[in-house]
Design a protein around this ligand. Structure first.
Ligand code: BGC
Length: 443
């Protein structure tokens, strides 16, 4: 008997809750299966009272989308993929100013050579030799860094109106066609500057920016060139530190990277030459903040150029926004022995944007976010910990998906149910592959 009453109560409850679920249009008979997705979407969008967790009600193609760290672009020409960058009205890119950073990196290396000219030329032959680890020949940030170093050291050669960024393999006698010998004049003496070798650090499985490959390669380079190598330069700290630990630290050869990862900054005390902070603290904030703003339906500049109600705001010396590119770019800072103590914790939130948002005005939303390669030093040791600090402050519940760095499908396979999320943050394996993601969101 008791059981029967219980079952009847359950049935009544079920009927009630089904009616309630379909009551967006306040007409009970709308709670049926005949409602087409299109109609469903329209009615949901006009329903201001819909609960904060009703993310599945917006069509996936209309949900906020941010690309970060790998800008949708043609990996051969660098041309931006504007279709991906304007996928919907709430689509943005967040990265950093690659050219400004590249110029800083080049200048940092050149300044170091000039300041240390009395001891830098290890074999005293009047030629400053350097080797260069390239991250990904099809990644515009990597290309910019290679160009920046070649430009500053005078080793760049023009190709189609820009400095050639191709790897040269080895260049023992200065005859490589993609670079030239540069020169530096210090204290009345002129030194030749030669790029002795450069290579894309890609492993056999296809992962780029590969630190282990760089660590092995410096072994090969040092046995070919020995004390002709006076400086080691890398497109990032992951590869830079791998070469430093494998060879340059012991041989006291200054090594320069990019990213200001914690281990690299700490290594400056042990002879690492320097690195560049791409203001990952600002980028990680922007990555999640643009999604937060779009989900809140407020002006996209809120908490960015314009203070939000909690007082979060960024000043114009740390980022730029280029509307035509739908892109936010953080600005870079050189980190050397002069200032490295200020950069000792790369995972610390940026103080001007560190204030908690109120959950009543900014209810919890679900985000799908991927990192193209879970083993990427910068993204895993600096960027993701920062994102994890900001997601709490912005009331975002983020699912972090780590890729293998080689195959896009390893990641896209895990975007099987976009309907479960309110917004997306995407870091592609290859900058050409934006459509692999947008096609899933358009289905
Ligand atoms: C970073 C690299 C990283 C790459 C991944 C760059 O911005 O400087 O360290 O490997 O992004 O896409």
């Amino acid at each position: 008997m008791k059981k029967k009453v219980f079952l009847m109560m359950m049935a009544a409850l079920l009927t009630f809750s089904m009616t309630a679920c379909g009551s967006d249009n306040s007409s009970p008979d709308e709670a049926d299966t005949s409602k087409q997705p299109e109609q469903a979407e329209q009615s949901d969008q006009t329903d201001q009272s819909k609960p904060a967790d009703s993310g599945t009600e917006v069509t996936n193609k209309d949900k906020p989308l941010v690309w970060f760290n790998r800008q949708p672009s043609n990996s051969s020409t660098g041309e931006l993929d504007m279709a991906a960058l304007t996928f919907n009205d709430n689509t943005y890119y967040v990265g950093f100013d690659a050219n400004q950073g590249a110029e800083l990196q080049g200048t940092m290396v050149k300044d170091y050579i000039e300041k240390n000219i009395d001891k830098i030329d290890r074999n005293g032959d009047g030629t400053i030799g350097y080797v260069l680890a390239i991250g990904d020949i099809g990644h515009n940030d990597s290309i910019a860094r290679t160009r920046g170093v070649r430009k500053a050291l005078g080793t760049g050669l023009d190709k189609d109106g820009n400095v050639n960024s191709e790897p040269i393999g080895t260049n023992t006698d200065g005859s490589a066609v993609a670079v030239q010998d540069g020169s530096i004049e210090v204290g009345g003496k002129t030194y030749v500057v030669r790029e002795l070798a450069s290579q894309e650090m890609k492993n056999s499985a296809g992962a780029t920016w590969d630190a282990a490959t760089a660590g092995n390669t410096i072994g090969t380079w040092s046995s070919s060139f020995g004390d002709q190598i006076d400086v080691v330069v890398s497109n990032n700290d992951g590869m830079g530190m791998s070469m430093f630990n494998a060879w340059s630290k012991d041989n006291k050869v200054p090594t320069f990277g990019y990213d200001a990862n914690n281990d690299a900054v700490a290594a400056i005390a042990e002879g690492y030459g320097g690195t560049i902070s791409q203001h990952a603290d600002v980028q990680a904030y922007l990555t999640l903040r643009v999604l937060r703003n779009a989900l809140d339906g407020v002006d996209i500049d809120t908490g960015i150029g314009t203070a939000d109600e909690a007082g979060n705001v960024l000043s114009s010396d740390v980022y730029v926004y280029k509307e035509a590119e739908r892109s936010y770019y953080a600005l870079n800072v050189a980190v050397t022995s002069d200032n490295y103590q200020e950069f000792s914790d790369s995972t610390k939130v940026y103080e001007p944007v560190s204030k908690q948002l109120d959950a009543s005005g900014h209810p919890v939303k679900k985000i799908w976010l991927d990192i193209y390669n879970a083993a990427d030093n910068f993204l895993s040791s600096t960027y993701q910990p920062l994102l994890q600090n900001y997601d709490d402050l912005l009331n975002l519940e983020v699912d972090y998906i780590g890729g293998d760095g080689q195959t896009e499908s390893n990641i896209t396979n895990r975007l099987g149910n976009p309907g479960q999320y309110d917004a997306f943050a995407i870091n592609m394996v290859k900058t050409d592959n934006a459509a692999s993601y947008t096609s899933l969101l358009s289905q």
